[in-house]
Every structure is written in C-alpha cells, then in structure tokens.
Unconditional design. Structure first.
Length: 215
C-alpha cells in the first residue's frame, strides 16, 4: 500500500506543452530559425530547460547562442499559464488522494516557475512547501534519485511505499534509481516515444488521472 505519491509536473499534473513549445519557438525565431512542431518540442521536455533548448537548436539546425537559456526562461516565465491547465480530472484526484496520504512534486523545471504554475492553477494547496522539489535546487535533477530519496525520507516512508507518477523515460529511470514503484501516465506528452520494451510487468500504466484512484 502506498503512503506517499510523488508527481512529475509537465505531462503528468499539467498539460504545458503548448506554452513550452511556443516559448521555445519564439526563441528560435529570434535567431532566424524556423519554428518546430509542438509535438517535436514536447518530446524534448523532461531533463530541464537547458537540455530542451540545446535539443531545439540542434533540431532547428542553428547554432545556440550563449544566452539562449536565459532568454528562453524570460520568454517562458511571461507566459507560464497562457494555455497550461491541469489534465482533466487531476484536481479531483489530488483532492481524494491528499485526504489519505501526503503528496509531493518532483520536477526538473525551476522551482519558481513550478510554484507559479501550481499556485495559478489552484493545485499548490495539495502540496506542502517542502514537498515541492525543482530542478534548480541543491539536489541533482532527475533521473538522479536524490530528489526522490529526499521526499521519501521527508515523509518518513520507505521507497517501497512510495509511488512516482510520471510520463517520461526520465521519470521511469528516476524511480528505478531510487528503488520505488512507478506509474506511467500514457496521456502525458512525455510518453510519446517511450521505449515500451523497457516497461516491467510490475510498472503501472494509466490512461487518465482518475485511473490512479484504482491503484
């Protein structure tokens, strides 16, 4: 039985693909590159903004300027919530789960942007301040298990009693590295291109947030 559920943010709690993609494309166009399809950029998300921007410039065939990351973050911070919304049913699922156990967030997105999104969408109340770990803090980013292990220790539970819910191979590897069970969100944009042969019979896969309640 699970006593702690840790959620990824982008592609798991919220659908942020359009805002991320349009921000990345605005940056590319500023340097003379053609925009990339939203789906293409969505598959680049998961390992932090620096990796996303590096991949986007490679895909666009344009040399990445030294200040590309800072410019992207400035563009994105101005439009965090233009189109980003919780996945259908997610607020209700958090309400139900949070009544029975602590919930946490583990993301490679910067902490400030993470808090702004959770607060702006009315989701922050489901997570203690210390139960939100971003990618720009002292702990190594996913798939390093440090952040997940920190949340497990903070909750006073064991790895076996913790479920990591995410949508990408990065989340899957993080759970493996921390020896926690994993639940993959097939509805998330990070699941596109997931190497299905890596999925173990013990791994959970859901098609909608409400499916979590059955676990």
């Amino acid at each position: 039985m699970y006593r702690l559920i840790v959620f990824d943010l982008d592609g798991t709690l919220v659908d942020s693909r359009r805002d991320i993609a349009e921000s990345a494309n605005a940056l590319l166009e500023a340097f003379g590159a053609r925009p990339l399809p939203e789906e293409t950029i969505g598959r680049m998300v998961g390992e932090g903004a620096a990796t996303l921007i590096a991949r986007a410039f490679v895909a666009a065939g344009v040399e990445r300027p030294a200040n590309a990351l800072d410019r992207f973050l400035a563009i994105y911070d101005a439009r965090l919530l233009k189109y980003t919304r919780p996945y259908p049913g997610m607020p209700e699922v958090l309400e139900m789960l949070g009544a029975h156990m602590p919930l946490a967030v583990l993301t490679n997105k910067p902490l400030g942007a993470t808090r702004s999104i959770l607060s702006g969408l009315g989701l922050a109340r489901h997570f203690d301040d210390g139960a939100i770990v971003g990618g720009d803090g002292p702990l190594a980013r996913k798939p390093d298990p440090a952040g997940l292990r920190h949340l497990v220790s903070r909750a006073g539970v064991s790895p076996a009693e913790t479920l990591l819910v995410g949508d990408s191979i990065v989340d899957w590897r993080t759970a493996r590295n921390a020896s926690t069970p994993v639940c993959l969100a097939r509805y998330g944009f990070g699941f596109e291109g997931f190497p299905l042969d890596e999925i173990d019979p013990a791994d959970r896969v859901i098609d909608a947030p409400a499916d979590l309640l059955a676990l």
